[in-house]
Structure formats: structure tokens, C-alpha cells
Design a protein around this ligand. Sequence first.
Ligand code: FNR
Length: 194
Amino acid sequence: TPTPLLVFAGSTRAQSFNRKLAKVAADIGREAGAAVTHIELADFDVPLYNADLEAKGTPRDVVRLKELFFSHPAWVVVSPEYNGSYTGLMKNTIDWVSSPIKGDPNWSSGTKPFAGKVVGMLSASPGALGGLRSLSHLAPLLMNLQCWVSPKQFALSKAGEAFTPEGQLVAEAARENVRGVVEQVLWAARRFGV
Ligand code: FNR
């Protein structure tokens, strides 16, 4: 059976390089035989995390996100870099999704949307490092949530020149690097039997 693979980027910008890279990763995942769910965080109405807000009831779109994260054993996370780290959007999404859900009979305190997931990380930036430093922060964040982080990762540098107008990667080597991450995630998910 095909491995369910969740793909998303930590940017909602219209011309986002990370969103473009997520689309490339999703296509590669489908080619590799995964059952890919490619989501856009812009499609989810998620406020800034506040425990008071959550105490009034987890927002509907946060529940949708939790269900998506929980139901996919393998993920590819595409992380933009702001100030040497991941974006506030990325952290806010992870904080909401990781928080134990209250008042929903379908979600017990033992239902952890992150634990045991196999996660591959990609980044893209117009700069020379490709957002690599965001991944060096994202990895321990995910590991703290008990994810298995794929040792293969890829940071796409000079992202402004990296895509064709159709959204394909110009350099075959870059595409092969993305494929390496996606295939390692799918391989590990199969090995782990998650
Ligand atoms: C950036 N950018 C950036 N790039 C980088 O490689 N290292 C960095 O530390 C930063 N810092 C940073 C801070 C802030 C506040 C902004 C708004 C931007 C540039 C960033 O990589 C660029 O805007 C990307 O295009 C953002 O990703 P998306 O939206 O294209 O996916």
C-alpha cells in the first residue's frame, strides 16, 4: 500500500520559493508511489497560539491540521529561513498541532500528531546557504516532539534563479537532492512500519 506522505511549506507568500519547492517534492513523492497530500498553510485559518484561546475550544482548522498530521506517517517539511531560523508561521503551526487537544472525544491525551513520524526537511532561500540554518533549528524541534528526522536534507540556495516559469527546478542536481530526501523518508517509513 502507498505510504501517505504529507507535504507543506512554512510560507504563505504568493511567489514563495519554499511553496514551489514543496510542489516539486510532492510531485517526486507521487512519482515514487506515495499517497501524497500537499497542503497550503494559507488554506487553514489558524490564529497566533494563545492558551486562553485554546481553552475556549480548539479552532476548527487546527483540528483539521491535527488530523492531517496524525493520519500521515511520513512528512516533507519545507522551511523558509528568517533570521537564521524557521519562520513564525512554522513555529505557530507546530505549537498548535502539538498541543494536546481538549474537549474533543476523538482526541485523547495519548493522541500525539508528531510522535513516531518520519520527517524529511527541505529549505529554499535566495541566499547562498539556501535556508540551511533554519533546518539546524527545525531538526531539534521535531526531535523534541519524537519525530524521526531523515538524515538526508537539502537546502536550495539562490532560489530566485532555481525555478523555471512552470515551477520546475532548473538544475537536475537540485531535483536529485530533493528526490534523495523524499525517497529516504519513504524508505524509512516502510522500514519502521509506521
Ligand atoms: C529573511 N530572509 C532570510 N534568508 C536567509 O537565507 N537567511 C536569513 O536569515 C533570512 N532572514 C530573513 C528575515 C526576514 C524577516 C525575512 C522576511 C526574510 C530571506 C528569505 O529567505 C526570503 O524572503 C525567502 O523568499 C522567504 O521564503 P519564501 O517566502 O520565498 O518561501
